[in-house]
Design a protein around this ligand. Structure first.
Ligand SMILES: [Zn+2]
Ligand SMILES: [Zn+2]
Length: 243
């Protein structure tokens, strides 16, 4: 086995690692397969000739942790391992910024000096932790949802009949849509998923707030009951009776 150095990584080495990491990210983004072992080997045949395989591998894991902390997406195959010092982190941030990758966090050297109104984490109950970095490039997920075919005539009739006012709260639609139509949504009082029918006797025009109230609120059931009372055209449907 050849003796590999354990000295601090220099800027050229760090940049080579960052380049390789960005390359893998790019491949992931376009769903192009890549071979991590091969990338590791190529690095050690080039700028990282002074480093061992596991040292390069550790650097990639460590880049994942740094990327995430900076609000960037990480390479899937490299679980974050947070073992880099502030010095390395700020160097990597500088390398990324020199490549036009904008990062959301600044790494500043830690200090013992606290301003008078700065609270320690232990003593404060209202300590607000720093905002989470999130993902600059959120992954897309494909999900399957069931949709029901709706009769556009029913929808249009319900919307027209509402005359721009929400049938839940009686208020004007909160704003107009780009086509000039009032922003109202057609809601099926007995949901289609619960065997509700797609007829004007089961559909109402609601403002987005009232619509969400039907679906999500703690008093959704009561609110739905009030719709039946309010609107004479609605007919309470029995879920067990086939429409
Ligand atoms: Zn409303
Ligand atoms: Zn709805």
């Amino acid at each position: 086995m050849t003796k590999k150095t354990s000295t601090r990584w220099n800027d050229i080495e760090l940049e080579a690692a960052v380049d390789a990491y960005l390359g893998m990210l790019q491949k992931e983004r376009v769903s192009e397969p890549f071979n991590k072992a091969e990338i590791n080997r190529n690095l050690r045949e080039g700028a990282l000739s002074a480093r061992g395989k596991s040292s390069v591998e550790m650097r990639m894991h460590n880049l994942s942790s740094i990327f995430i902390a900076m609000g960037l997406r990480r390479v899937e195959g490299y679980v974050p391992r947070d073992n880099a010092g502030t010095n390395i982190r700020s160097k990597i941030q500088a390398i990324l910024e020199s490549k036009g990758v904008s990062t959301s966090t600044s790494y500043v050297a830690s200090t013992d000096i606290k301003s008078p109104n700065q609270k320690t984490e232990e003593s404060s109950t209202d300590f607000l932790s720093p905002p989470p970095p999130g993902n600059k490039y959120p992954k897309s997920v494909t999900s399957t949802t069931t949709t029901y075919e709706r009769d556009l005539k029913v929808r249009d009739w319900v919307l027209k009949n509402a005359k721009g006012k929400c049938e839940g709260c009686g208020q004007d639609a909160p704003f107009l849509l780009t086509d000039g139509a009032p922003c109202l949504e057609v809601h099926h009082v007995r949901r289609l998923a619960d065997n509700g029918s797609d007829r004007t006797t089961n559909a109402v025009a609601l403002c987005p707030n009232c619509h969400r109230r039907c679906h999500l609120s703690a008093d959704g059931k009561m609110f739905t009951a009030s719709l039946y009372e309010r609107l004479n055209r609605l007919i309470i449907e029995d879920p067990d009776v086939n429409k």
